[in-house]
Design a binder for this molecule. Structure first.
Ligand SMILES: [Zn+2]
Length: 57
């Protein structure tokens, strides 16, 4: 059963490093990174939350 929220067309989002308040849009599949390039080298935690990073919109 496929969850429409996790389909290929749905934007993936998550936080980077210790900043868990700013949710970025993630790009890439094998190693998703914030669209805005924030947190270079920091670990990404993927969430099912609304993107709130102004640089990713
Ligand atoms: Zn961002």
């Amino acid at each position: 059963m496929t969850d429409p929220r996790t389909s290929e067309t749905a934007p993936r989002c998550g936080t980077v490093g210790d900043d868990v308040l700013r949710v970025h849009e993630l790009i890439g599949t094998d190693n998703p990174r914030p669209k805005c390039g924030a947190g270079h080298g920091e670990p990404v935690d993927e969430w099912l939350r609304a993107v709130n990073c102004p640089d990713c919109r």
